[in-house]
Design a protein around this ligand. Structure first.
Ligand code: F6R
Length: 600
């Protein structure tokens, strides 16, 4: 999704902005732009496409103040005119924006009546004209007055020739942070854009405006300085051709990171420090609602099964974009759990804010420390995975599943879960990183499988109970990485309609570990085979019988039924990756997609 970087200091801004933008590329974008205050000639540069396509042609402006942006189109097509920075009628105010101005059409019509001339279709441009309208010599005052008229979400950085030597930034529902360096200040929508220059950051809160000058800055209220925990080299590819493969290969490590120091095997329990402050409240909870989007929603669905079966708490799942428009009926004994890698997904955040208005307890499972979700939930669990750079989620999903398993034990032990059961789950969790490593060793085998199936255009994924959401995840990953048609359903649903599609050109991947629904899955596999559909099974090691039923088998190690998704999803991630590579796609940045979806 869109990315912002701004710089003000003593060094030429352009190379710093460029390197910041490149670090935001992983979020996905379709166009980009820079504005630099070069005293000779202010420099505005906007292009459609990827930065690497134009790098040879970049001029080298010498100014020490600038703003830059990667755009992922929402309002207005992918054109140079719609790329940021946008400007006012006089080309004196330049602005970059993440988010969406929901009332831009009404504002634009009014501004046009007042004589303003627009040059783009992008909602952002109204901000420039509004600031122009209210500008009376002081940029932050102009910004403040302009923002009073705006509805929607924004992280903005603004500069003006009429009040130079400063960048004014503001945020509402779209992340923005200040990077406090040595003799320099940066602003960015994502810490990765400032990390090479500073680790000292201030996360802006909603409705805050900050003014950055070459030697100081101020915000409307005092904010504490935070240190970003970030391992620079972790953000590199470490020899892998793509971040996607690197991150899949880190899935065993992801489990380790998520569970480290949290398992109390002898007590059959887990320690989740982030929930300590609300322990008392949690005891009274008798219903859980899990809300998330995309891949995270499939983790939520696995969590639903875990929480009901082992913690004995009624649980239900909804996706963020639907949940807030239902009229969810909740009471004081309901808690809502929001699951998000980025902690900045607009749909999930909107649902969270809706639940906060209703006054119920809100929990978060989040990877990004200091994200909006982490700050706005009452309590939560960090998945502690480090940065996930590839647009498609992989290790984040694994971390979310591990967090949900721990939450199940945590809540279950407060209710009726016996010590012996707690011990069983926790000791199996402790073994998972090694078991995941075993599955990752299958990568060459799965690459071969991808070669065998690379010419098929459609795939079905089926699973039941804990592995039904894994079928959905396998299909989503294949769609988004390889652009092939894929669907994931519960095995039992095929016969209710979808089976009509199955023929020899429509392979199915059945996730069928040896668990409580294995026999049922075998029936579903037979239904498909009877219609001539090619079949790949993800089965438990030692199950030789399955070989007779299907064309290909991927074996995963045995673990507790509720934990099988953590292992069964790994081959599916690898399969989607290899298919996409074979088909020649940019696996880290699939077309039309963005890493953090910060628009509704
Ligand atoms: C799929 C994918 C997306 C995200 C979804 C939620 O591979 O990455 O479906 O899972 O956009 O993102 P977060 O977890 O950041 O809320």
């Amino acid at each position: 999704m869109c990315g912002i970087v701004g710089y003000i200091g003593k060094k030429p801004a352009f190379p710093i902005l460029l390197s910041g933008l490149k670090r935001l590329e992983y979020r996905g974008y379709d166009s980009f732009g820079f504005f630099v205050f070069d005293k000779e000639k202010p420099f505005l540069f906007k292009k459609v496409g990827k930065i690497s396509q134009f790098e040879q042609d970049f001029p080298n402006p010498s100014g020490e103040i600038g703003i830059a942006h990667t755009r992922w189109a929402t309002t207005g097509e992918v054109t140079e005119a719609n790329a940021h920075p946008h400007f006012d009628c006089q080309k004196e105010i330049f602005l970059v924006h993440n988010g969406i101005i929901e009332n831009y059409q009404a504002l634009k019509a009014k501004l046009i009546k007042e004589g303003h001339k627009f040059t783009s279709e992008c909602d952002t441009e109204v901000l420039c004209h509004l600031i122009e309208k209210y500008f009376e010599g002081n940029l932050e005052e102009g910004v403040r007055k302009a923002l009073r008229e705006v509805r929607g979400a924004y992280g903005i950085a603004v500069v003006s020739k009429k009040d130079p030597e400063k960048i004014v930034v503001a945020r509402l529902s779209s992340p923005l942070l200040l990077g406090i360096g040595n003799d320099e200040l940066l602003v960015a929508s994502d810490p990765s854009a400032v990390i090479t220059r500073t680790r000292q950051v201030i996360n802006l809160d909603d409705n805050e405006i900050a003014v950055l000058k070459p030697d100081n800055f101020f915000i409307l209220k005092e904010k504490p300085l935070e240190t970003i925990e970030w391992e620079g080299e972790k953000a590199e590819k470490k020899g892998y051709p793509y971040f996607m493969l690197k991150e899949i290969m880190e899935e065993s490590e992801a489990i380790e990171n998520a569970i480290r120091g949290r398992l109390a095997i002898e007590e059959g329990s887990v320690k989740l420090g982030g929930l300590d402050t609300i322990q008392g409240k949690l005891r009274k909870i008798n219903r859980l609602i899990l809300v998330a989007c995309g891949t995270a929603s499939f983790a939520a669905r696995v969590g639903e099964y875990m929480l009901e079966e082992y913690a004995g708490i009624p649980a239900e799942v909804d996706i963020g974009s639907e949940f807030r428009y239902r009229k969810p009926v909740v009471d004081k004994n309901t808690a809502a759990i929001f699951i998000s890698q980025s902690g900045e997904t607009a749909d999930t955040l909107a649902a969270l804010r809706e639940m906060k208005k209703k006054g119920i307890l809100t929990l978060g499972i989040t990877n990004v420390v200091g994200s909006a979700q982490a700050r706005e939930t009452d309590a939560g669990i960090y998945t502690r995975l480090g940065s996930e750079i590839a647009v498609a989620s992989s290790k984040a999903f694994i971390g979310q599943l591990a967090a949900l398993a721990m939450l199940t034990v945590y809540l279950g032990r407060q209710k009726e879960m016996a010590l012996i059961m707690g011990k069983r789950i926790v000791s199996e969790l402790a073994k998972l990183p090694d078991l995941a490593r075993e599955v990752l060793k299958l990568a060459p085998e799965i690459e071969k499988l991808a070669k065998k199936y690379q010419d098929y255009k459609n795939f079905w994924f089926i699973g039941r109970k804990y592995n039904f959401p894994i079928a959905s995840e396998g299909a989503l990953k294949l769609k988004e990485l390889s652009y092939l048609h894929a669907e994931g359903t519960a095995g039992g649903e095929l016969k209710h309609g979808s089976l009509a599609l199955i023929d020899e050109n429509f392979p199915t991947i059945a996730i069928c570990p040896s668990d409580s629904v294995y026999e049922k899955m075998v029936s579903n596999i037979e239904e498909v085979k009877a219609r001539g559909g090619p079949m790949i099974a993800v089965a438990t090691q030692g199950n030789e019988e399955i070989r007779k039923l299907v064309d290909d088998v991927i074996y995963i190690p045995k673990t507790l039924e509720m934990l099988t998704p953590i292992l069964s999803v790994i081959p599916l991630h690898l399969f989607a990756y290899y298919m996409a590579v074979l088909l020649g796609h940019d696996v880290d940045r699939p077309r039309n997609l963005a890493k953090s979806v910060t628009v509704e």
